[in-house]
Design a protein around this ligand. Sequence first.
Ligand code: BYC
Length: 327
Amino acid sequence: MYSQGLIGADGSTTETPEFLERFQRRIDAEEKIEPNDAMPEGYRRTLVRQIGQHAHSEIVGMLPEGNWITRAPSLRRKAALLAKVQDEGGHGLYLYAAAETLGVSREQMTEELLSGKAKYSSIFNYPTLTWADIGVIGWLVDGAAIMNQIPLCRCSFGPYARAMIRVCKEESFHQRQGYEIVMTLAQGTPAQKAMAQDALNRWWWPSIMMFGPHDADSEHSDQSMAWKIKRFTNDELRQKFIDATVPQAEYLDLTLPDPDLKWNEDKGGYDHGPIDWDEFWRVVKGHGPMAKDRIKDRKAAWDKGAWVREAALAHAEKRCARKIAAE
Ligand code: BYC
C-alpha cells in the first residue's frame, strides 16, 4: 500500500513522492486512468479544465453554424448542416459527462463559462458572414479539430479517450461536408469562387490560432505531455494541419492568405508567416468580435432550459422515492 497525500482546504496538495512516481509509472506503461483511480490533484484539475473547455467549445460552436440552418441554399445542405450541429450538441454532452466523472457538475462548469472563468475555443468568436463561411468552417475548423482530437483518442484518461473516438468519426464527416461546400463554390461562378476565397481569407489565421500558443509560451503543454493527456505539442499539431491543408487549397485553386507559406525541404513541411498573437490573446481574454453575443446567447439558452432541468430532477426524485418505498 502507498499513501496518496492530502488536499488542503485551500486546494493545495501534499502528495507523496511515492504516490506521484507510482502514478507516473502507470502513465508510462500506457495504462488508462479511470475515474475511481487515485490521481494527483493537478492531473484531475488539468482534465477538468481541458475537457470543460472542449465541451464548452462544442456547445458554443453550435451558435455560428446554427445561425445558417434557416438560410442553407438547399434541402440537402440544410439536412447536412442540421445533422452537424446536432452532432456538436452530442459531443458537448459526452464531454460534460466525461468531466463529471472527475467530480465537477455540469452546472458548475456552465457557471464558469458564463462568468468568463472557463474558456472556449477562440475560433467561435468570429462571425459567420456568408454561406461560404459554413463550408470553410467545416473544412478548416473541423479539420483542425480532427488534427487535435485524433491523438486525444489515446489520452491517458479513459472516459475522455473513449468519448473522442466517436467524436472524431463524426468530425470527419463534418470536415468532408465543409470541403464539399467549398469545392462547389470554388468550381462555381466567379462570384461564388470569390465568396469562397473571402471566407478563406477571414478564417485561415483564426484556424491556425486554434492550436494555442507556440510551445515556448504554452503554460500547460509540458505537464500535459508527461501525463499523456496531450500526445503532441501545439506547434507540432499546427504544422501537421498546415501541411495537410496546403494541397487541399491548391486542389481548390484557392489562395491561403499567407505570402510566407513556403515548402521547406529540410524540415519536410511548410514554413508559415508570423501569427498575430496579440489578436489571439485579445480573443482568448473575451474581446473577440462575437464574444459578448456568444455568452449572451448561451446564457439565454441555459436560462430557458431551467424548467427542463427542474422537471427532470423532480421526476428522478419521485422515481427514487417510489423505489425506496417499494424496498
Ligand atoms: N482558444 O498552455 P496552453 C471544437 C488557452 S474544436 C481559447 O497551450 P493547453 C469544434 C488555454 O486554455 C475546439 N483558449 O493550454 C470544432 C490556456 O488557458 P487556461 C475545441 C486557448 O490546454 C468544430 C492558455 O491558453 N477543442 O470543439 O495545454 C465545430 C495557455 O495555453 C486556446 C479542444 O478544446 C484557444 N484556441 O492547450 C464545433 C481540444 N489555445 O486554460 C466544435 C482540447 C490555448 O490556463 N483542448 N488556450 O486559462 C486542447 O487540446 C488544449 O486545451 C489546447 C490548449 C490545445 C486548446
